[in-house]
Design a protein around this ligand. Structure first.
Ligand code: PHB
Length: 390
């Protein structure tokens, strides 16, 4: 073989070797840690459904890079599992951005991992106020409990409710909700006549509901993680005769989440909640989102607030990647995300450059039976609501 041929062969080998190395660099991998099994399996399904809806409308390529989602199931509130999955995603799968996180304990466990790896971490649910302070790489597109709770307290006080009993799930977001409700309600002239915290896993609400009934408040304020717990609580509220006793139920929208609302049935009608997203929100952006969601995911689940957060998380990642020209360096991406503003399916939103939390409208809604089933119909709003805890 002549040396020229050898050089050409070596050249070709080098080219293909280079191409093999170069191609992964034209991909941006999103490592998703969320819940895809067990009683909270819908958390991950909704987030992923929302992310896919965004990609359906905007394509899967941004700043010349193709986006790929690598998903992992944490099975529910399980910080050790979430931490291990995030570490594996970063070291074995070489993901560029961490996304997902339904539960506060999981997000808190992953925060130091993101800091150490210098990878952006986009939170699509976990809503305890303190989370964003745990890593400079964290940006949150969902909500905080104080943010959505304070408007409920103010609205209740304005609408003649004076004595409230608070019931919250005994973990980060519940404690945040209890504190935010109590402070804002007292400030507005209300009185807290009792408060109780229920276990996060498999709670039996019966005895707690009885305690509330015996205290004879005008209303119960409730926070439970979205999903089955709300259905169980509503059942107990009816069965133990709280409605008949004239005790109103007010809550954050986690209880009347679009995923479970129809299964709550008629007892849910009239329930008043405060929240940042309702599938019933009337806007062209929400119509486009819902249409794309159905096209990609079918009609098994109605898109809920976690789907909206998945969609908005992608909107933010796309905009940030455009600004960094495709660089996935965590510090650069987070800098590009700070101050971002867009029109979300929930209404106008902005990432607060100081806190990296989302600023948004919080709506007061009432469950009504409309053509297609039960919906949270918005009738009042608090605009530009920040996390009051920071
Ligand atoms: C949380 O863990 O922060 C959390 C979980 C479910 C919710 C809201 C917050 O509905």
């Amino acid at each position: 073989m002549r040396s020229g041929t050898i050089v050409r062969i070596l050249g070709a080998v080098a080219f293909f070797a280079f191409a093999a190395v170069a191609s992964p660099q034209s991909v941006v991998k999103l490592g998703m840690v969320s819940t895809f099994s067990g009683p909270f399996a819908e958390y991950g399904q909704q987030m992923l459904g929302g992310m896919k809806a965004y990609m359906k409308l905007h394509g899967d390529t941004v700043a010349g890079k193709k986006l790929e989602i690598v998903q992992r199931d944490d099975g529910g509130p399980a910080p050790d599992v979430a931490k291990r999955l995030a570490q594996e995603l970063l070291t074995r799968d070489n993901v560029d951005i961490l996304v997902g996180f339904g539960f506060t304990p999981n997000a808190l466990a992953v925060a130091p991992v993101a800091t150490e790896a210098k990878k952006a971490m986009v939170i699509m649910n976990a809503a305890t106020s303190i989370i964003t302070t745990k890593s400079p790489e964290i940006v949150r597109v969902s909500m905080t409990l104080p943010q959505v709770t304070e408007p409920m307290a103010i609205w209740a006080a304005k609408n003649g409710i004076r004595k409230v009993y608070t019931v919250v799930s005994d973990f980060g977001p519940g404690l945040d909700a209890e504190k935010a409700f109590t402070e804002a309600f007292k400030k507005a002239g209300g009185e807290i006549v009792g408060s109780v915290r229920t276990p996060l896993q498999n709670p039996d609400f019966g005895p707690f509901i009885q305690r509330v009934k015996d205290a004879k408040p005008e209303a119960v304020f409730l926070f439970l993680p979205a999903g089955a717990p709300g259905i169980a609580f509503m059942k107990g509220y009816e069965e133990r005769g709280l409605r008949e006793a004239g005790i109103k139920l007010i809550a954050t929208g986690d209880i009347t989440d679009d995923t479970v609302l129809d299964s709550m049935g008629t007892p849910a009608i009239g329930l008043i909640t405060s929240f940042h997203y309702s599938a019933d929100h009337k806007s062209p952006e929400n119509e486009a989102f819902k249409k794309a969601y159905v096209e990609v995911n079918g009609t098994k689940l109605r898109p809920n607030f976690m789907a909206a957060a998945g969609y908005d998380g992608m909107a933010l990642i796309y905009e940030a990647l455009k600004k960094t020209n495709g660089s996935t360096d965590g510090d650069q991406l987070v800098a590009a995300m700070k101050g971002a503003k867009w029109m979300s399916p929930r209404g106008p939103v902005m990432i607060d450059p100081e806190t990296r939390d989302i600023v948004q409208t919080v709506y007061i809604r009432k469950v009504e039976k409309t053509g297609g089933g039960l919906y949270n119909v918005e009738f009042d709003k608090f605009e530009n609501q920040k996390d009051p805890g920071k």
